[in-house]
Design a protein around this ligand. Structure first.
Ligand code: IPM
Ligand code: MG
Length: 347
């Protein structure tokens, strides 16, 4: 079992270090951790945010534990050299097409949401976001029109097989939960979305036990703050999923607790906290590592088939929270290492 550890930028190294401690504490035999450079850190060292040697480490691994990438001091670089390209490149190169972003309110933390506690308490949803297509990866550019005006353009497109495979992921996830799937699109305006909807309906025939509904993305954004408890599994495209998953995380109110998995066909996956590099608090030892620790739990479950160990980590995090061990993002004052210590103690 080889896990690539790509800590990246900002708070990435601090939070990843605590997740590594937790993984090592499990004492799994045959577990090997291999570090690699990504993001701005890799650009500074190798001149590229996703160097070839990092990709080689990824390809020779069973899963990737990922910290964060993003460094605003490098935003002036041409797009292909910016830190974000590391995660976009890994998604594309490794075929990580299915992004799972669970959002659930931990018991006792209902007050962290800006929504009323009785509304936020009901949040327990999963966003299944397509991750390797859509306007993110279409042709793009800037050009000068005949009349001399500059125009930026990005091509939005989905081929039916891309929609079909993420639809299957969505339906299977729904089967494992409350058997409700909501497909989010903008079929009233976009051809890309009309095809998306048609294909999702075709795939639905194979899952008669799952109740499928469709929602336009603007309405979904509204329903997510009005009645988030009504959602269970949402399946959507890359751009809409990017936006709605940030929104869902804030409905929960504790972005420092939310983990994610990006899965390829088979068991390979990349696991990362959704909070990003948080440069404002980097290096201060105050970042909450729980989302990364919970991402490590998802890694054990989805890529290594170690459900029991995954559940142990999740229980240890819940127990630390129940003890009142909370980072600044949760209104507490526990530091990064202190939180790691508390999780380890419960483990
Ligand atoms: C995310 C992030 C990325 C995305 C950025 C860093 C490129 O926002 O994982 O949601 O847009 O997909
Ligand atoms: Mg995002």
């Amino acid at each position: 079992m080889r896990i690539a550890v790509f800590a990246g930028d900002g708070i990435g190294p601090e939070v990843t270090a605590q997740a590594v401690r937790v993984l090592e504490a499990l004492g799994l035999s045959g577990l090997e951790l291999v570090e690699g450079d990504v993001g701005g850190a890799a650009y500074r060292k190798h001149g590229h945010p996703l160097p070839e040697q990092t990709l080689d480490i990824a390809r020779a691994s069973d899963a990737i534990l990922f910290g964060a990438v993003g460094d605003f001091t490098l935003d002036h670089l041409e797009r292909r050299l910016r830190p974000e390209q590391a995660v976009l490149g890994l998604r594309k190169e490794l075929g990580l097409f299915a992004n799972l972003r669970p959002a659930k309110v931990f018991a006792g933390l209902e007050d962290l949401s800006t929504l009323r506690p009785e509304v936020s308490a009901k949040i327990d949803l999963l966003i299944v976001r397509e991750l390797t297509g859509d306007v993110y990866f279409g042709e793009k550019g800037t050009r000068t029109l005949e009349d001399g005006r500059r125009q930026g353009w990005d091509m939005m497109a989905y081929a039916e097989d891309e929609v079909r495979r993420i639809a299957h992921t969505g339906f299977k996830a729904a089967q494992g939960r409350s058997k409700k799937l909501c497909s989010v699109d903008k079929a009233n305006v976009l051809e890309t979305s009309q095809l998306w909807r048609d294909v999702v309906i075709e795939v639905a025939a194979e899952y008669p036990d799952v109740e499928l509904t469709h929602m336009y993305v603007d309405n979904a954004a509204m329903q997510l703050v009005k009645n988030p408890g009504a959602f269970d599994v949402i399946v959507t495209g890359n751009l809409f999923g990017d936006i709605l998953s940030d929104q869902a995380s804030m409905c929960v109110g504790s972005i420092g607790l939310l983990a994610s998995a990006s899965l390829a066909e088979g068991s390979f996956g990349l696991y990362e906290p959704i909070h990003g590099s948080a440069p404002d608090i980097a290096g201060k030892g105050i970042a909450n590592p729980m989302a990364t620790i919970l991402s490590a739990a998802m890694l054990l479950r989805h890529s290594l088939g170690l459900e029991e160990q995954a559940a142990r980590i999740e229980a240890a995090v819940a127990a630390a929270l129940a003890d009142g061990v909370k980072g600044g993002d949760l209104g507490g004052s526990a530091g990064t290492k202190e939180i790691g210590d508390a999780v380890l103690a419960h483990l």
